[in-house]
Ligand binder design. Structure first.
Ligand code: KG4
Length: 344
């Protein structure tokens, strides 16, 4: 019997469904809401939830049609349980529960960041010990994996996530959401001429991006007060260089400390072109495999949730259907949920 995982992702502004049959990705449907949220300069949570409600049935139907899989053939349903926006997560979870009830299928709750890390398995298998540099709109985490489904967070941001800093800096520069994409684009035409601070250099593996963001905001205001124009391309380039250099300065010593065989990038900010080239440049003399996810893997999708779901299926990590979403679920607690058939 083939193992068929149907996965649903709805943690932020993408409604997605994927179907994975053993190692073969049969469907990967993503409906993005970006254009709607652009009007508000960021994701509007209530609107995100409503759009998930409108889209989820169509996304599911399309994935089933594309894969030519019938619900009866599905082995289990994997769902992003968290972290993410509470209302958005609920929509996916309720859809998944309804399918599980109706078709009598096990429910597999998946951690969103585990999904981003496992997206790399569509390129190459994870090799351990592995350093995962998880950089997204809501999270910045350095994760060591000694084996499959074993996540140890060795460092994280103490305030803003790196993607959040990109988005807020972009907003103050008058650039559209999602700001990271625009900053990346402009930075290619600029030079790092502005001097910006690199916060928390001393603290090993932990980050702070809020000071850097505030430094840019203060500089922009100073220029405005003096009626001077900021050079957008140079500012984008200066900010991007400091943020990514800081990320790598702190992350890469972990490669030696934990004797890593592989480094993987994960999350939306891994689409950043400077990060992608700089990590390869810095590690080229070391005997280590650097895995850079293709762009389709850097944005939210359900294929990555299916991948983790498939590993969790093998260990029967099935949830009780009373489970709820967890918007601030810790990666290290990813197996900590009420299990099917477990007594309270
Ligand atoms: O992984 P993701 O969808 O966020 C969460 O799930 O939390 O990533 C979205 C983030 C946004 O902050 C966006 O600005 C950033 O990824 N991003 C980028 C780039 N493309 C997307 N940041 C820097 N450079 C990019 N090319």
């Amino acid at each position: 019997m083939p193992k068929i995982i149907l996965a649903i992702e709805s943690s932020c502004d993408e409604t997605a469904c994927a179907i994975l049959k053993d190692d073969q990705l049969l469907a990967n449907v993503v409906s993005t809401q970006i254009e709607i949220h652009q009007k508000y300069g960021g994701v509007f949570p209530e609107i995100a939830s409503r759009l998930h409600v409108e889209n989820i049935a169509f996304v599911l139907k399309e994935a089933l049609e594309k894969s030519a899989v019938k619900m009866e053939e599905v082995s289990a349903i994997a769902i992003t349980r968290g972290p993410g926006l509470i209302g958005a997560l609920h929509v996916g979870l309720q859809a998944a529960k309804a399918l599980c009830l109706y078709y009598d299928k096990p429910l597999i709750p998946v951690h969103h960041l585990a999904g981003h890390i496992y997206a790399n398995e569509y390129i190459t298998p994870l090799k351990f010990p592995c350093l995962a540099i998880v950089v997204s709109g809501g999270n910045t985490e350095l994760v060591i994996m000694k084996e499959h489904l074993d996540f140890q967070i060795i460092g994280e941001t103490r305030d803003d996530a790196i993607g959040e800093a990109f988005d807020k800096v972009a907003r103050v520069l008058g650039l559209p959401y999602p700001g990271g994409v625009e900053i990346d684009r402009l930075a290619k035409e600029g030079k790092p001429t502005y001097s910006l601070p690199k916060p928390m250099q001393g603290q090993r593996y932990d980050y702070s991006f809020s000071g850097l963001k505030t430094a840019v905001i203060n500089l922009v205001h100073k220029f405005e007060q003096k009626n001077e124009k900021i050079h957008l391309e140079d500012m984008a380039c200066s900010f991007q260089k400091v943020a990514i250099d800081l990320l790598l300065d702190k992350a890469l010593p972990a490669v030696n400390e934990f004797h890593c065989r592989q480094v993987v990038l994960a999350g939306g900010v891994s689409a950043n072109s400077y990060l992608r080239s700089e990590i390869v440049r810095r590690l080229k003399k070391q005997d280590i495999e650097v895995v850079i996810p293709p762009l389709w893997c850097t944005t939210d999708n359900a294929a990555m949730i299916a991948k983790v779901g498939s590993y969790l299926y093998d260990i029967h990590a099935f949830a009780d259907l009373k489970i709820s979403s967890d918007p601030s679920w810790r990666l290290e607690d990813f197996l900590n949920f009420p299990k099917e058939g477990e007594k309270e």
